[in-house]
Ligand binder design. Structure first.
Ligand code: AMP
Ligand code: ZN
Length: 448
């Protein structure tokens, strides 16, 4: 199985340290608001990754975190805390906000039929581990204190620019005028922030004799170390994480533990909507509920996402979503037909589909293979294992009354009682079925 590794910028053969326990970490959402459809795309691709590993006989051990504390609105350790902002907006406590949006996210995670991570780690449950990690970095001389926090001195880690191929001179030249003058280097980042006496910040923990809260990156480094150990196999995230968040996670982890943090880094690209960036001001921040209201299920959206490659730039439009929905319906009906007629022999099509996924998770090509081959019902079940699109759902459990209606319609047609046949067709339609006549007799199909 081959994967594109951001670390080496090449497609590499994937070699886990132990195939029976492939250690995977996924940076999860900041739980302060309703995610838009762009926020879900990466989790859909990482679900495909997990399913592909399993299809290759490996056993993943996967951790997903929920950032329920201290993630600032800017990557540069300033701006408002997202959770505090959510609490003000809704007149709730930060804890209520975190709880509500964590549950909301996990509910939608289920609706997209994404494989449950083995461990879901809430950042607020790992504050002691964060503090221990900051202490270790301080003992090793990587940190310094300013009036507003404990910072990581990036000049002490010579490999700092390597992961994101950062041009630090360029960064320095482009630094803002109001650049935090207490920072030694423009790329230095907060490991821990102090809360000023007049500052309104509900989430707080004591460290170094005063109240404060962790910087964003430390939670991932601490959770990974606690739950998965020193070197993990795969770390996933969005491409926006490369220059700051993941670069800083690597600095924290590798300086504290003197071990390579992770062997393979996977990053998924961003989607645009009608050619535009997704943003509140453009009014295109669709949620899954909004798609549902327009007649598209979470699984139709998942189908659309998987029609593209995780590294490609994707443009979302309702026309394309409509096409994805139609393609999924077509697959469900092909599966229903092969189940009822049992007329398709098993071939090597499953191996052919997996082969495409083993080429750096090439889901669009895997989909073409599905379209251009005849699949038995068993093969369609395999498709469901690989993509979790619920193609075969409801097929084996067709209610008896539907089967009876189809038989009655056949009989009515034979005796040329078209009024009855039409009436039965309407009854079937009311239950989301129709009858398709094939050379081997009638089969039921899903209407939508
Ligand atoms: P945000 O809460 O806006 O920081 O988004 C959380 C994460 O969702 C980001 O760090 C990205 O990795 C991902 N994300 C945001 N917008 C998009 C998009 N348009 N397409 C794909 N992923 C996105
Ligand atoms: Zn992270």
């Amino acid at each position: 199985m081959k994967l594109y590794n951001t670390l080496t910028r090449t497609i590499e053969e994937f070699k886990p340290q132990n195939p029976d326990e492939v250690k995977i970490y996924t940076c999860g959402p900041t739980v302060y608001n309703f995610p838009h459809i762009g926020n879900y795309t990466s989790y859909i691709y990482w679900d495909l990754l997990i399913r592909t590993l399993k299809a290759n006989g490996m056993t993943p051990k996967r951790v997903l975190n929920l950032t329920d504390v201290g993630h600032l609105t800017s990557d540069a350790d300033d701006g408002e805390d997202k959770l505090e902002k959510g609490a003000k907006r809704e007149g709730k406590t930060v804890w209520e906000i975190a709880d509500y949006y964590s549950n909301y996210f996990l509910e939608n995670y289920g609706k997209l039929n994404l494989t449950q991570p083995d461990i879901i780690a809430r950042a607020t449950d790992y504050i002691n581990e964060d503090i221990k990690l900051v202490d270790t970095l301080t003992e090793k001389g990587y940190t310094y204190e300013t009036s507003d926090g404990v910072y990581f001195d990036t000049s002490k880690f010579t490999a700092y620019p390597d992961f994101a191929k950062l041009d630090l001179d360029h960064l320095r030249a482009g630094a803002r005028v109001d650049f935090n003058t207490e920072k030694r280097n423009v790329s230095d980042f907060a490991l821990w922030k102090f809360i000023k006496p007049d500052e309104d910040h509900a989430m707080r923990w004591d460290y170094l004799g005063r109240p404060g809260y962790p910087g964003w990156h430390i939670e991932c480094a601490a959770i990974i170390h606690e739950k998965l150990g020193e070197t993990i196999d795969i770390h996933t995230g969005g491409i926006d994480h490369i220059p700051v968040h993941h670069t800083n996670e690597i600095a924290e982890s590798e300086c504290a533990f003197d071990k390579k943090m992770c062997n393979y880094w996977l990053h998924c690209n961003f989607i645009t909507i009608d050619g535009e960036k997704i943003s509140k001001s453009l009014g295109n921040t669709y949620t899954l509920e909004e798609l549902d209201e327009k007649g598209f299920s979470p699984l139709d959206f998942k189908m659309w996402v998987l029609q593209g490659h995780f590294q490609g730039t994707r443009n979302f439009s309702f026309t394309d979503l409509q096409a994805a929905k139609a393609r999924r319906l077509n697959w469900r009906n092909k599966a229903a037909e092969s189940y009822q007629l049992g007329n398709i022999e098993k071939t090597d099509v499953e191996a052919k589909i997996l082969e495409k996924l083993n080429e750096n998770l090439n889901s669009p090509e895997a989909f073409s293979t599905i379209d251009t081959n005849e699949l038995s019902f068993e093969d369609w079940k395999y498709v469901d294992e690989l993509f979790g699109l619920k193609i075969t759902e409801g097929i084996e459990e067709t209610p008896d009354f539907i089967k009876n209606l189809i038989e009655e319609r056949e009989e009515a047609r034979i005796r040329k009682d078209f009024a009855i046949a039409d009436d039965i067709r309407d009854q079937l339609a009311a239950n989301n079925y129709y009858v398709k006549d094939t050379p081997t007799g009638p089969v039921w199909q899903f209407l939508a």
